[in-house]
Design a protein around this ligand. Structure first.
Ligand SMILES: [Zn+2]
Length: 94
């Protein structure tokens, strides 16, 4: 049976179309917006396994400000992190 107490949120990463469970910003650990509009987020996928790291807008700006090589910059993409209700992709009720 489900515990029904899970406080975690899943986020849909727009453009990458990827689900991310609630791990927060990889740099500051901050949570992403829980508003339906979502949050601007920096996503980087690196390594042979394609590990994905996601950063909040503030940390993302900071990171991109330090990136000086176009070669490195290509690994980073600005996306939106949109929370899914109760961690489930439930259809909106009418
Ligand atoms: Zn952050």
């Amino acid at each position: 049976m489900d515990q029904g107490q899970s406080q975690t949120h899943d986020y849909l990463i727009i453009n990458r179309v990827q689900l991310l469970n609630d791990s927060g910003c990889s740099a500051c650990g901050g949570a992403f917006s829980q508003s339906p509009a979502g949050d601007k987020a920096l996503v980087v996928t690196i390594g042979e396994g394609g590990r994905t790291f996601i950063f909040c807008g503030g940390c993302g700006d900071n990171i991109m400000g330090r990136v000086t090589s176009d070669e490195v910059r290509r690994h980073y993409v600005w996306d939106w992190a949109v929370p899914l209700r109760d961690g489930r992709a439930a259809p909106p009720s009418a």
